[in-house]
Design a protein around this ligand. Structure first.
Ligand code: ACM
Ligand code: ZN
Length: 756
């Protein structure tokens, strides 16, 4: 029977393919970021040995890029004729272009070489991916006739890279810049100094190279894993000024501006380790070996400003960018609080405390940079204590910093953690490489609108654009950086380039799938979660069923309920939610039409205990950062992760005593109630010490002994008949002295409540 089905499918597929053969005119134009306007016309341009290129000095960079892209990508050599021509059009915007491909020629129109460069990037994406790595072997290639009129929505289209926590080769930095340019991004924010390492050669201060560039060891595993363990390997290095110059020049040849970041006054422990006199105490500290926020920050004294001005002067000589990033984030004020000099300075300058001292610090640096014709950008903490007169704000702790700055008529760049932190997890899959935390899937990046709703149209003009950030605490290799950057950078490129009305996530996903081949050819290690299966138990009129989905719309899901791994066509294809009428394990995977498995095997056990799908209420909402899938998630038959407490199944409450009521609908005989709590004390999470169970006619107490385990399982064995069950779970209380977060309220994290 199955074989008949296969045969039918094959016949049908070949019919479809034949239709496509005839229909050559509608060849798809799949470009990322989505252009402003594209019109597909009849016919196609044939690129072959007689194709030539014609350009003048105005378009030297873009035309030469195209010439070498074609010649290095294939066996073709371009002639000197005007089949491909570059034409100056002063009616266009600086970064805009028109790309007209017709059967006889290709016309690239732009006002600037940069605009033409973006036309070339679009044309590049109309050529087969084999051009990316020089493996195109044919004598000719057809390019669809299309007219593209394009320009960006935002002038700042950026990606950041932290080389302080881990550093990467010059070749990799160039590869990263290449990727930005391909996606029409124009800014590389290079985070060069950190507590854990100073990465730029400053000739006047050799100890920055000798001391600040190296740490003695590095934390192993996640910061939250206690106790901390270290690898015992010295780690470090720095980019020489010659290397920096080469990178800046390389970026210029791709219309990417490199903005260097020299952190101040915080995240400066490495510099203070090299020159202890820059700190408040003068005490020798070491280059940091673990992640986090450190208390030793620059002391605002004359010799510190002299040092920073010298450093910045060398930086200015290397980086022509208008903007210099001066950090400004996460600077604890405890040293300033206890420093005689700092306190005297606060008095002398008539400042209201340490926040205004930070503002004084930043303003002094700004004055120096302004005097050299440059502008500062800083993280949103630079708003605290008053913004320096000309500063641009990079809003990362949400969007409030951006709103505040724009209302004060300061420029802003959007990098809120919620949508722009590519160091966060991109999938809930347990096999993801270790990450700092959080959850930022592709779709969420794609959904980002850089203009906060709170701004008027006038204020919105201060939003220059947005940027994806890559902090590398947990990324030791460039392959891992690529994995975190791709495909989220594709989404970000569209956020900053494309018109919101032109954005469509399903359409984007289709283009991402097509783009995979290009990324493969470019040897870029991208993450692919498009085929990953997601499951969800749904209760409809007391009938339970299980929904399966993936992000890609083009493929097939096959599933099994016999415990075996499903195989396409031998197992049922998922068409509608699977009925759940007993405890079962559902396994599923995504397959293409040829039966090739595209995803890992999804496996979900559903324990159909007596409370599943029943009415549940909790007297408190879970914390908005850890809502799981709401109260129903506690009686959906599905356990959360053993190792991670985020995700859909765990509910987190901060400091609240909670009361959970389950209504079984009818009086039911009960033998046991089981649940489990997360107990990650390093993250302020504590299992409760006691639970009270209330049934209709009796109450039971359960004492829970203190435990060092990350998971605390509890079980109450009873023999009662009841319809209503209430669990009163008192919060652990205040975190005891000597523990992480002592003095704060503890979190309670609870998983499935299993009733049998
Ligand atoms: C930051 O993530 N500390 C700017
Ligand atoms: Zn001080």
């Amino acid at each position: 029977m199955h074989y008949k089905k296969i045969l039918l499918a094959l016949v049908f597929m070949s019919f479809l393919f034949n239709c496509k053969e005839v229909d050559k005119l509608t060849k798809e134009v799949l470009i990322i970021p989505q252009p402003l306007e594209q019109t597909i016309n009849k016919g196609e341009f044939i690129l072959n040995a007689s194709t030539g290129i014609d350009y003048d000095e105005n378009f030297k960079i873009s035309a030469e890029f195209l010439k070498s892209y074609i010649e290095e990508g294939s066996k073709l050599k371009l002639q000197e004729n005007n089949t491909i021509s570059f034409i100056k059009d002063d009616g266009l915007t600086d970064e805009g272009y028109t790309l007209e491909i017709s059967p006889n020629n290709i016309k690239i129109k732009a006002k600037t070489d940069q605009g033409a460069f973006y036309a070339v990037q679009s044309l590049r994406q109309l050529l087969p991916p084999e051009f990316e790595n020089g493996t195109f072997e044919e004598n000719e290639i057809a390019i669809p006739s299309v007219t593209i009129k394009d320009k960006p929505q935002f002038s700042y289209r950026g990606m950041h890279l932290d080389v302080g926590r881990h550093m990467f080769s010059v070749d990799f930095i160039k590869k990263y810049i290449d990727a930005l340019a391909m996606l029409k991004m124009n800014t590389f924010h290079w985070h060069l100094t950190e507590d854990q390492g100073w990465r730029i050669e400053i000739k006047k201060y050799p100890k920055l190279q000798e001391v600040a560039a190296y740490r003695n060891e590095t934390l192993i595993g996640h910061y939250n894993d206690q106790p901390h363990q270290f690898d015992d390997n010295q780690y470090g290095g720095y980019y020489t000024q010659e290397e920096v110059k080469a990178i800046v020049a390389y970026a210029q040849s791709r219309f990417v501006t490199v903005i260097p970041e020299i952190e101040l006054p915080g995240h400066s422990q490495a510099a203070i380790a090299a020159y202890p006199e820059l700190g408040c105490t003068g005490v020798q500290v070491e280059v940091a070996t673990k992640w986090g926020v450190f208390e030793d920050i620059y002391c605002p004294k004359e010799e510190t400003f002299a040092f920073l001005e010298d450093v910045l002067d060398e930086v200015l000589a290397l980086f022509p960018s208008e903007y210099i990033h001066i950090g400004g984030d996460e600077a604890p004020k405890i040293r300033w609080n206890n420093c005689e000099h700092c306190q005297a300075l606060i008095k002398k300058e008539g400042l209201k405390g340490e926040h205004e001292l930070q503002s004084y610090f930043i303003s002094k640096i700004e004055k120096h940079l302004n005097s050299k014709g440059r502008q500062i950008i800083g993280w949103d903490e630079i708003l605290e204590g008053g913004l320096a007169p000309n500063a641009t704000v990079m809003s990362w702790r949400g969007i409030n910093g951006a709103i505040e700055a724009a209302k004060q008529h300061h420029n802003v760049v959007m990098t809120p953690t919620s949508h722009c932190y590519f160091d966060y997890y991109q999938s809930e899959n347990e096999n993801e490489p270790i990450a700092i935390g959080g959850f930022l899937p592709l779709e969420k990046v794609y959904s980002f609108n850089p203009i906060p709703e709170e701004l008027t149209q006038e204020e919105a003009k201060y939003v220059l654009g947005a940027q994806g950030n890559i902090w590398t605490e947990y990324m030791k290799t460039s392959e891992h950086v690529e994995y975190m950057a791709f495909p989220r950078i594709l989404a970000m490129s569209e956020v900053v380039w494309s018109k919101p009305e032109n954005k469509s996530y399903p359409d984007f996903v289709k283009r991402v799938e097509d783009f995979h081949k290009r990324l493969d050819a470019l040897n870029i290690n991208y993450a692919n979660h498009l085929y990953e299966i997601e499951g969800k138990l749904v209760s409809n009129d007391k009938r339970l069923s299980f929904e399966l989905s993936n992000t890609s719309n083009n493929n097939h899901i096959a599933y099994s309920i016999d415990g075996k791994e499903p195989v396409y066509l031998l197992y049922p294809e998922y068409e509608k939610p699977i009925t759940v009428d007993k405890s079962m394990t559902i396994k599923a995977a995504t397959f293409n039409s040829n039966g090739k498995q595209l995803s890992s095997i999804f496996s979900q056990s559903i324990n159909l205990h007596k409370a599943v799908g029943k009415t549940i209420t909790i007297n408190k909402e879970p914390h908005k950062s850890y809502p799981g899938s709401g109260a129903n998630g506690l009686v959906n038959g599905i356990l959360g992760s053993d190792s991670r407490y985020g995700g859909k199944e765990w509910l987190g409450f901060w400091g609240d005593d909670i009361e959970i009521t389950i209504d079984l609908g009818v009086e039911t005989e009960i033998n046991s109630i089981k649940t489990r709590f997360h107990n990650g004390n390093g993250q302020w999470i504590y299992a409760p010490t006691e639970i009270e169970f209330e049934f209709e006619n009796e109450t039971k107490h359960l004492k829970i002994p203190e435990s060092k385990d990350n998971l605390v399982n509890i079980a109450l064995y009873v023999k009662v008949k009841t319809r209503i069950i209430t669990l009163k779970i008192a919060n652990y209380g205040t975190i005891p002295e000597g523990k992480q977060g002592d003095g704060n309220k503890a979190w309670t994290f609870i998983d499935e409540i299993i009733i049998n």
